[in-house]
Design a protein around this ligand. Structure first.
Ligand SMILES: O=C(NC/C=C/[C@H]1O[C@@H](Sc2ccncc2)[C@H](O)[C@@H]1O)c1cc([N+](=O)[O-])cc(O)c1O
Ligand SMILES: [Mg+2]
Length: 214
């Protein structure tokens, strides 16, 4: 049978990027998805906003929900301070397999803990898996109807602390209206909208940054 979109994206990385060079992996994926085949990576425009928020937070403990092919995983891992803990959760084993290879090609495998499963099952297990952690930074980019549920789960499992930063992709397109309502009308969050565009297109999209006030 033919390859999947994710496998073709991996081939583009193996062909056009340089081993051990995260920026070349990022550029190879952006070039492929802009000129050959669109894929749902956060992309270069929103990726630059992700980079700047990460540099502000400089998290010692970070979580990503929705690894997909590992594009944002590489973007995040390349900017983390040495010794940081970074967990990324992926539900689909085929995507996880591609992501592991993309992350390894970038030379970042020692900085990333990719765990397979559903966020709803794994979030309650984080303390058991990684010790009594709280996440300084969470990137939400998985199923859009899970953003509110998983944010509430993170709160209830004591995985957020005063100042934890949530950054959510796609709050306009495909859109996460319940999530925006939740974080914007909630005294426990200070939210900021970063207007941008849907990856590789001119369609409006944006990132919502929400600081947990404890
Ligand atoms: O649908 C989108 N993203 C859903 C992402 C889903 C990713 O997360 C898990 S689901 C999971 C992972 C962990 N736990 C539970 C479920 C899927 O296997 C996929 O790897 C999307 C769509 C568009 N678009 O334009 O249509 C643009 C985007 O930027 C998007 O992110
Ligand atoms: Mg997205």
């Amino acid at each position: 049978t033919g390859s999947t979109r994710a496998e073709r994206l991996l081939k583009a990385v193996q062909k056009n990027a340089r081993r051990g060079d995260p920026q070349s992996v990022i550029s190879a994926i952006d070039h492929y998805c802009r000129h050959s085949e669109w894929a749902m990576n956060v992309g270069d425009e929103k990726g630059s906003i992700l980079d700047s928020v990460l540099s502000e937070v400089s998290p010692s403990c970070a979580l990503e929900l929705g690894t997909y092919c590992g594009y944002s995983t590489v973007r995040i891992a390349r900017l983390l301070p040495p010794g940081a803990t970074f967990v990324t959760v992926e539900f689909n084993p085929k995507y996880a397999k591609v992501a592991r290879q993309v992350i390894e090609f970038a030379g970042l495998q020692d900085k990333v803990k990719l765990i397979e499963g559903a966020s709803g099952d794994l979030i309650p297990k984080m303390k058991e898996l990684f010790g009594n952690v709280t996440f300084d930074f969470v990137f939400l980019d998985h199923w859009k109807d899970r953003y509110v549920l998983d944010t509430k789960l993170l709160e209830d499992c004591g995985l957020l602390r005063k100042g934890s930063v949530l950054l959510a992709d796609n709050v306009i397109c495909p859109g996460t209206p319940e999530y925006l309502a939740y974080v914007r009308n909630n005294p426990r969050y200070k939210s900021t909208y970063y207007k941008s565009h849907l990856e590789y297109t001119k369609v409006e999209d944006g990132l919502e940054k929400s600081v947990f006030m404890g």
